[in-house]
Design a protein around this ligand. Structure first.
Ligand code: ZN
Length: 195
């Protein structure tokens, strides 16, 4: 078997969360002995651990593992990175796209690492604003580029399914450091991502 996708869960934590989910489902008025729900508390416990695995991952280590000395000093853009996260106020998903740009300062980073650090921060309980800052600061502090820019566009289930029930609204957040604080550079980036 050349490839094995391993998902490992801490047995005790899984058991703890499972018992709590069982209580929650019962409190909501359901019968946890019903066929379709028998394994639901355990599945939900594992799903939540999967969706919050970012707490156990180190984004700095991911970036430094693939930094290469390079003299290229034009804008590097990775756009339309898929985002799936959980809002910390309601523990409901928010999802959308992340666009990242940086201007190297002697070092470039393996392009696949940018989506990976998005996941590390997204797989925690989040607010979109902090997520934007964390991605920005992580790249800025680790890669020390001439500039970095992050734009996130996301739909929040807590807005779509409950509360104001605004189903087509998209929340945009952005952050800019270094060269991107200059209007021309920022505009070039925004144009290149189609904004
Ligand atoms: Zn929310």
């Amino acid at each position: 078997m050349p490839y094995k996708n391993l998902e490992e869960y801490n047995t005790k934590i899984t058991e703890d969360i499972k018992e709590r989910y069982k209580r929650i489902i019962e409190d909501l008025g359901e019968d946890t002995n019903r066929d379709g729900l028998l394994k639901t508390p355990e599945r939900a416990a594992k799903a939540m651990q999967f969706l919050t695995q970012g707490y156990a991952q180190d984004p700095v280590e991911i970036l430094t593992s693939a930094m290469f000395k390079e003299s290229y000093n034009e804008m590097v853009i990775v756009k339309d990175i898929e985002l799936y996260s959980l809002c910390e106020h309601h523990i409901l998903p928010f999802f959308g796209k992340v666009h990242i740009a940086y201007i190297p300062n002697g070092y470039i980073v393996g392009l696949s690492k940018l989506p990976r650090i998005v996941d590390v921060f997204a797989r925690r309980l989040q607010v979109q604003e902090r997520l934007t800052e964390q991605i920005l600061d992580c790249i800025n502090d680790t890669l020390t580029p001439q500039g970095v820019a992050v734009v996130i566009e996301a739909s929040h289930m807590c807005m779509m399914m409950r509360g104001v029930q605004k189903q087509n609204s998209i929340t945009t957040t952005s952050g800019f450091r270094g060269q991107f604080e200059k209007i021309e550079t920022r505009n070039e980036f925004l144009k290149l991502i189609g904004k």
